[in-house]
Design a protein around this ligand. Structure first.
Ligand code: ATP
Ligand code: MG
Length: 217
């Protein structure tokens, strides 16, 4: 019997994007394909609590994101965290986004996060509430231990993640929030930190990020 999907999936990709690079873009594209997303929002952080302040202002990071995704009909930028004063919390944004989209019918938000960010989840503001608001879609990353149901996670995280692992994308469409899915995406060893260091040292960052973003910088 064919399964009927109950919830439409919307991708939310949070990050600093300081600057956006081909690692981010390729992951977003592959996750959109894997989950059959019609919409994926990049959600740049305004004043993240857990890291040094971004190198570039929010306004410029949004402008670079918009430029980078200009020709992609599935992608958009959600700049609510940039506009909001003070520290920004993903739970708050996800709460707002859920409210906005639920009005149009049942949705399941899929929050995309790299393995390095996922492992630090217990440091996030009200992190347990994330599981009431969205599914987590993990992408692995060179230099970070792979995340899967057998991974050696910090105790607190392992306890919360237990029983939440989805093995097929269809499971994500059958519940509004609370599952964890590891998407098999191409491993690309690119980071914004490396790009910032390369540029600061006067070398070429070409081919690590779109040419138009390099020109913008
Ligand atoms: P920085 O070096 O400044 O931390 P970054 O390259 O890690 O930059 P972020 O904006 O911090 O980029 O990342 C946003 C999200 O994308 C995070 O969840 C991060 O784990 C993930 N991510 C970034 N680059 C990659 C990559 N090359 N492969 C997999 N995930 C990535
Ligand atoms: Mg990072």
């Amino acid at each position: 019997m064919a399964e009927i999907a109950q919830y439409s999936l919307i991708g939310i990709y949070g990050g600093t994007f300081d600057p956006i690079h081909y690692g981010h873009l390729r992951i977003a594209e592959e996750v959109a394909d894997i989950l059959e997303l019609h919409q994926l929002f990049f959600l740049p952080a305004g004043h993240p609590r857990l890291r040094t302040p971004p190198f570039v202002t929010g306004k410029h990071r949004v402008a670079m994101l918009q430029e980078a995704i200009r020709d992609n009909p599935r992608f958009s930028v959600d700049d609510r965290e940039i506009k909001r004063p003070g520290e920004t919390y993903s739970v708050e944004s996800l709460r707002e986004i859920r409210q906005a989209y639920e009005a149009n019918g049942p949705v399941a938000l899929c929050f995309i996060t790299g393995a390095d960010a996922f492992i630090r989840l217990p440091y996030w503001y009200h992190w347990r509430e994330l599981f009431e608001l969205c599914h987590l879609v993990i992408v692995n990353r060179p230099g970070s231990a792979p995340v899967n149901p057998l991974s050696d996670l910090p105790d607190e995280l392992r306890d919360v993640c237990q029983d939440r692992w989805a093995r097929r994308t269809n499971e994500l469409k059958n519940s509004p929030a609370g599952l964890i899915f590891t998407a098999s995406t191409t491993l690309l060893d690119i980071s914004s930190t490396t790009i910032r260091n390369i540029i600061a040292s006067g070398k070429s960052a070409r081919y690590l990020l779109p040419e138009s973003i390099l020109n913008y910088i």
